[in-house]
Write a protein that binds this ligand. Structure first.
Ligand code: FAD
Length: 382
């Protein structure tokens, strides 16, 4: 099962990465949160150390390591609440699109820069009028000779403001039936005329991460920027969304574990009515319930991870874990903040930041409701 995935080498890697985070990331988190931005140098340092796209083949600048190393990186970044530094999104969600579906030329052009942190990546699916219902997107890419001309708008795009390259979901055939067969993925470089970045959106949490609107106005890109085949975009997205969900689940699971840890410390030292607040039976039972749910989540996650590493189909199971662990994490956030009393509402108490950060987990990478829809479909009900 899951935990047996890790060898001594993984443990050594984890310990080294934790030291790296303590030195290079944790001391800057507050400043990055205030600026809503992670500086380029921080990305490049990560790249120099081989912490970006470790799974990538050596010829493209990776180290050909197993996906377990990505999991360790994502887990440890979540543990220090550095999720908004979107290394996981860049490395394990977007770069795989180029690696799996890109031409040799596209891979050689973009992957080495992605691994060094010089080419930052975003994936642009969501539009103001189409989120869960992806096949309803309206961004159009019209073939014009050896170019595509793109028009449309995207929103809520993580790394949207800082990205150098965006994987953009476009309609190449608006009349396709079913509609999803008309979706293609096109690579658009920052700086291409007609590709404009809008404002960085103000959010309730994940303050480090830039989340932006993107606009395409008669944006001409070479037809060779098509990723894979025309009309296959939806299939590619559905394929890679499974790993994206796995990364979202790690954040939820680790978030719940960390929130419980810091609340345990708090309830032992905070006194009311002459006793530590954790010793009131109601609170002790709440903590016992949370510990149980967190343990269940960990076991489920590790089992799911083992399935993924063995190449099994995880569509149903990852959807189950995404909604259940995502919701569990939010229950834990609510209860842990409550146990902090008024201090939990104050910014200087980190539980308030956790509470705000984890709220998005049940929304991005497929909402809780959409996950249940996928499971019900897999059960032959819908
Ligand atoms: C922090 C953050 C980062 C993000 N990063 C990215 C990114 O990098 N790239 C990107 O493309 N997108 C990104 N998104 C967008 C995200 O994927 C969408 O917000 C999500 O898919 C939901 O779409 P929506 O917001 O349009 O909500 P809607 O689809 O409008 O849904 C609204 C509500 O209706 C429910 N609902 C919808 N359809 C059904 C149904 N059939 N049955 C039952 N309930 C339903 C939903 O579950 C939800 O509760 C990000 C979002 C956030 C919050």
């Amino acid at each position: 099962m899951g935990r047996q995935i890790y060898t001594e080498e993984h443990d050594i890697f984890r310990a080294a990465f934790k030291r790296y985070l303590e030195k290079e990331v944790v001391p800057h988190l507050e400043e990055w949160e205030e600026n809503h931005e992670v500086p380029r140098e921080a990305w490049k340092k990560m790249g120099e150390q081989g912490y970006i796209c470790p799974w990538l083949e050596e010829e493209y600048g990776g180290s050909g390591a197993g996906f377990e190393y990505s999991i360790i990186i994502n887990e440890e970044m979540s543990r220090v609440r550095a999720n908004g530094f979107s290394v996981g999104l860049h490395s394990d969600i977007i770069a795989p699109y180029i690696n799996s579906f890109g031409s040799e030329e596209q891979k050689a052009k973009y992957l080495p820069g992605a691994a060094t942190g010089d080419i930052l990546l975003a994936v642009a699916m969501t539009e103001p009028d189409a989120g869960s219902d992806l096949q309803a997107i309206r961004t159009r890419a019209v073939k014009d000779g050896d170019h595509y001309v793109i028009n449309g708008q995207k929103t809520f795009i993580s790394n949207g403001y800082c990205c150098d390259l965006a994987v953009v979901a476009c309609k190449t055939d608006p009349n396709a039936k079913p509609a999803y067969k008309g979706i293609s993925l096109i690579l658009v470089e920052a700086g291409t005329p007609g590709f404009n970045k809008g404002r960085r959106l103000q959010k309730m949490g994940l303050q480090i991460q830039d989340t932006a609107e993107l606009y395409f106005e008669d944006c001409r890109v070479p037809a060779t920027n098509l990723l894979g085949q025309e009309g296959r975009g939806f299939y590619y997205l559905m394929d890679k969304l499974q790993q994206e969900r796995l990364i979202a689940i790690i954040r939820a699971q680790v978030g719940a574990e960390e929130m419980l840890k810091l609340t345990m410390d708090y309830v032992k030292q905070r006194h009311a009515f002459g006793k530590p607040i954790g010793s009131f039976q109601h609170n002790a039972f709440k903590l016992a319930e949370m510990a149980t749910e967190i343990e269940l989540g960990r076991t489920f996650f590790d089992d799911l991870l083992a399935d993924h590493l063995e190449g099994r189909n995880i569509v149903k199971k990852v959807s189950m874990a995404k909604w259940w662990i995502g919701e569990m994490c939010n229950r834990v956030a609510y209860q842990c903040l409550q146990l902090h009393g008024g201090y939990g509402f104050m910014d200087e108490y980190v539980i308030s930041k956790w509470y705000r950060d984890v709220r998005a987990i049940t929304i991005y990478a497929g909402t809780t409701e959409i996950m249940k829809q996928v499971i019900a479909r897999e059960m032959g009900l819908l």
